[in-house]
Design a protein around this ligand. Structure first.
Ligand code: SF4
Length: 390
């Protein structure tokens, strides 16, 4: 059967991801599984989610984080959001103490919505601010203004969410160091305790990707991108933020418990179109991306799984290394050897020494971790380390 059970070896609690595939408009850089749809399609999605959650009810998952992402979860009417949250709570085994996350867009944040989200039990919120000046926001095709973004962050902080995270995008064509520094300083001034910084990418098939292909837009070159990334670590680091993952910066106590599951090999279950899942041992699977096809499978009584793969020991060892080298905690190579029967430490004596000498990694015993400079080239770091024997 497609869609794995949680295997006995995965003793850790899992993360639940609920994909809300609806947006009021589609941003020109976005390559997520999103669509614009009215209330009747949203109602069908809601019913589909209940069906999908029920199908996983006896698969052995225990969840201690729940994450509503999208798309735009904050654009769901509050009664629909309440029913979906209640539905997954009833259909799945969710720890009553679970941290519950929601992604929101600034234009949806107001006194009523904030109060409702808190009342429903959302503890952590991630705001799709993307930029804190109107010129950048217009370029990115966002529907909110910088002033709305500021007010939304202040309202969310005032409502007592455990963590208020800001999403920001850097590397806009022509963006200067001082432009980007201004955004970061403003995010700090607003009081956010978590900041996610993503490099603008022109994905194929998006409006920006098409404009690039037509010669109408040029992506920022690698060197200035790297310079802005280094500046991010510098500015946020000076304000007490730890760059704990390539794109994520947190004040102490505000790392994302949900996203850490993806980076540390914990099990997670994704519900909704395009959502991905992992059993925490060796099997991962992903849902149909188109809402219509996802819905059709559920209507036919089957899981809407589009594909599934079982990882070999070698792939799991490589993935553990790859994900770990994107985080400040890095990877314990002795543990990697033990878990996967791999040979790493003796094979890489020289390369580890030179990576350390170049300032790209830090070593503490058998644990290696990327420095901020290393995070900027995390993929290349992994390629420099050989895994044998797994
Ligand atoms: S709001 Fe977010 S998910 Fe929706 S289209 Fe824009 S970037 Fe994509």
């Amino acid at each position: 059967m497609l869609g794995s059970d949680l295997q006995g070896g995965a003793s850790r609690e899992a993360g639940l991801y609920v994909h809300v595939p609806f947006c009021s408009s589609v941003c020109p850089y976005c390559d997520f599984a999103v669509t614009q749809a009215g209330e009747s399609r949203r109602a069908r999605w809601e019913r589909g989610l209940f069906d999908e959650a029920a199908m996983y009810g006896d698969r052995g998952f225990d969840f201690d984080t729940v994450y509503f992402g999208g798309g735009t979860p904050s654009a769901l009417k509050i009664d629909r959001l309440a029913r979906v949250l209640e539905g997954v709570r009833q259909g799945l085994r969710i720890n009553p103490e679970a941290q519950v996350f929601i992604e929101v867009n600034p234009e949806d944040v107001g006194p009523d919505s904030v109060r409702h989200w808190r009342d429903l039990g959302f503890s952590n919120v991630s705001v799709g601010v993307q930029a804190l000046d109107d010129v950048s926001l217009r370029f990115l095709g966002r529907r909110h203004t910088a002033e709305e973004a500021r007010r939304s962050v202040e309202a969310l902080l005032g409502a007592g969410f455990d963590t208020v995270s800001l999403d920001l995008i850097f590397g806009l064509p022509g963006q200067t160091r001082s432009d980007w520094e201004g955004q970061l300083v403003e995010a700090i001034r607003l009081g956010a305790n978590h900041v996610s910084c993503y490099q603008l990418t022109f994905h194929d098939g998006t409006i920006f990707g098409k404009r690039r292909d037509a010669g109408m837009m040029i992506e920022m070159a690698e060197a200035p991108q790297a310079d802005l990334y280094a500046l991010t670590h510098e500015i946020l680091g000076a304000a007490g933020f730890e760059g704990y993952e390539v794109s994520n910066f947190a004040l102490p106590g505000h790392r994302s418990a949900h996203n850490l599951k993806y980076w540390t090999g914990a099990p997670y279950l994704g519900l909704g179109p395009g959502a991905h899942s992992f059993d925490g041992v060796h099997t991962r699977w992903w849902n149909r991306r188109k809402v219509r096809l996802w819905q059709r499978d559920l209507d036919n009584g089957s899981l809407p799984v589009e594909g599934e793969e079982s990882l070999t020991k070698r792939q799991r060892a490589f993935e553990t290394l790859m994900l770990g080298m994107r985080t400040a905690d890095g990877v314990d190579l002795a543990e990697l050897e033990k878990r996967f029967g791999a040979e790493v430490i003796a094979q890489n004596t020289d390369s580890l020494q030179s990576l350390e000498a170049e300032g790209l990694i830090r070593r503490r015993g058998d644990r290696i971790a990327p420095t901020p400079q290393g995070m900027a080239v995390a993929d290349a770091l992994v390629k420099a380390i050989r895994i044998d024997g797994a």
